[in-house]
Design a protein around this ligand. Sequence first.
Ligand SMILES: [Zn+2]
Length: 133
Amino acid sequence: MAALWLIKTKIDEFIKKLAVSPVKRFYPTAVTNYTGVNLKEAFDYLVELERHGILHLYWEAKCPNYGCSRVLGTFEDFNAAPLGKTMNCVCGHEFELQLDDIFPIFEIDKEYREHIKSEMAEKKNQNRLVLLR
Ligand SMILES: [Zn+2]
């Protein structure tokens, strides 16, 4: 198990980089790929950031057809996903929605993104002033 401060430092850095990029939503696996933190520990910390209002958690129902993976629905509440319901995808695949077809996705809070962007811009300006001296 990784130290909590290390998990926090790595994931905070990842979120800040994303906040100033055009990416608004990401899967927990993107975090594990970028930071090397394992999925369980990464997810726990992401949920903590959700409690702080930095992230919003959604659930996506995806087509399980190999190579398709189209998003067929997004739910704020996990329990709102229609488990067991027959779904039709535009790829022609028909299936009953299973737990395995539902994936968590995190969205970065809009106001948090604005905050990080202005913080970055301020830092840039400060650096410029130093260079001008
Ligand atoms: Zn499909």
